[in-house]
Design a protein around this ligand. Structure first.
Ligand SMILES: NC(=O)c1ccc[n+]([C@@H]2O[C@H](COP(=O)([O-])OP(=O)(O)OC[C@H]3O[C@@H](n4cnc5c(N)ncnc54)[C@H](O)[C@@H]3O)[C@@H](O)[C@H]2O)c1
Length: 389
């Protein structure tokens, strides 16, 4: 008989590199679209980023309908559920409050959780208006906890690579940012919270436009003024269905930002381009692993001019340490893994939320730009954006 190989089993407590990783209790408000994306991320962080900064422990999830939230808890792996988010705020096992609820439920629960000493991550837009967003930022900052507004597109590898190129000056002086976020589902009669101002604050503007504004700020810099027009195509609706805006950046760049839910054939078309004195870069979310790059100054006589496609999956590309051999591409859901891993790293004391994560100040500033676009549409004039401290 050949000698049997001894297979060794070790428990977590005995394992190598991760033996003393602290757990962090997570409480989540909402369990639908974003609740699913965030739950998926917390679970993946625990094993795909090794050693993780903290091991997320899914303590409780809150929703309105008991049977549905109970099912969500079981599905995602939360130990408990609640039909009132206040139970999460009162739960001492929860150190991180994740607000994945609709926009009208961002301010009160997020502030309450922060004032109960919990770190808070809140989905975008931070709140329904700049006023409300400012209060959330101020109250949460005063509570002294870590805060992050979930602008997840900052955590797409190609977007981070773009930021690194811009920071290194590889594009030279920046002349233009052109960003658009287009969807097609707006022409429906259903009652959806996103179509109600009282719940959503705004329509395509805060929902899709806020993402474009955040990346414009992250990549190019602060927006100084806007000339915008909003439009509601569906009669009876009190939020915008679309907007177009010309934006001027403090650094001198000129840009356009648009978003619409009325672009037939456009599923989730978030694309942007930046043009500078030394080249251009362009990104399209529907080709998330790619960055289009054109750098000027190539050899004389080189006729292979123009954009080339960089597959952002090399070992030294952003976030790639967590994944696969190059070329084995990743998806939209992984932006949330990177984002929440970044937040856990900040909570663990190994870095700040900003500048790569959007703080609540960033969430507030994006809301100021959104409000300025509404003001400009009403006044039919260019509006300065003034940011409060
Ligand atoms: N980062 C992104 O790419 C992205 C994408 C979609 C949505 N969002 C944002 O995420 C947030 C949630 O959007 P969604 O698409 O997940 O919405 P959704 O409608 O799919 O889910 C909302 C969740 O909130 C729960 N909820 C509603 N009222 C509640 C209450 N009173 N108490 C407890 N729970 C309640 C619902 O049961 C549901 O689980 C919004 O702020 C939205 O703007 C961000």
């Amino acid at each position: 008989m050949p000698e049997e190989k001894q297979v060794g089993f070790v428990t977590m407590g005995q394992a190598g590199g991760g033996a003393d990783i602290r757990e962090i209790g997570v409480g989540m408000l909402g369990y639908a679209f974003m609740g699913k994306a965030h739950s998926n991320a917390y679970r993946k962080i625990a094993y795909m980023t090794w050693p993780p900064p903290l091991v997320p422990r899914l303590v409780a999830v809150a929703g309105r309908t008991e049977s549905a939230v109970a099912e969500a808890a079981r599905r995602y792996g939360f130990a408990r559920y609640a039909t009132d988010w206040r139970e999460l705020v009162a739960n001492d096992e929860i150190e991180l409050f994740d607000n994945s609820g609709p926009n009208n439920l961002h301010a009160e629960p997020t502030i309450a959780a922060a004032e109960a000493g919990k770190h808070v991550v809140c989905e975008k837009p931070l709140a329904r208006t700049a006023e409300e967003s400012h209060e959330v930022w101020q109250r949460v900052a005063a509570a002294g906890v870590k805060h992050m507004c979930a602008f997840n597109y900052r955590f797409v590898p190609a977007v981070r690579l773009a930021r690194e190129m811009l920071e290194a000056g590889e594009l030279g002086e920046i002349y233009h940012f052109r960003g658009r976020y287009l969807q097609e589902w707006g022409d429906i009669d259903d009652e959806v919270w996103r179509f109600e101002r009282a719940q959503a604050g705004s329509g395509a503007l805060g929902d899709l436009g806020a993402h474009v504004i955040d990346l414009a700020r992250y990549l190019v810099g602060e927006i100084a003024s806007v000339s915008g027009t909003t439009r509601t195509f569906k009669p009876g609706r009190d939020v915008d269905d679309a907007f177009e805006a010309v934006v001027e950046f403090e650094g001198g760049a000129l840009g356009t930002i648009e978003a619409s839910r009325f672009c037939s054939g456009r599923k989730n078309a978030f694309a942007w381009e930046i043009n500078g004195s030394k080249g251009s870069i362009a990104f399209d979310l529907e080709r998330l692993n790619e960055l289009q790059v054109h750098l000027t100054g190539s050899r004389p006589g080189d006729r292979a001019q123009g954009f080339r496609t960089v597959l952002v999956s090399e070992a030294d590309h952003p976030f790639w340490e967590h994944w696969w051999p190059h070329g084995h591409i990743i998806g939209w859901e992984h932006s949330f893994v990177h984002e929440l891993n970044h937040f856990l790293t900040a909570i663990a004391g190994d870095g700040d939320v900003g500048p790569h994560g959007a703080t609540f100040e960033d969430g507030y500033r994006a809301a100021e730009v959104c409000d300025a676009i509404v003001r400009s549409s009403e006044s039919a004039r260019r509006e300065e954006v003034s940011y409060r401290g």
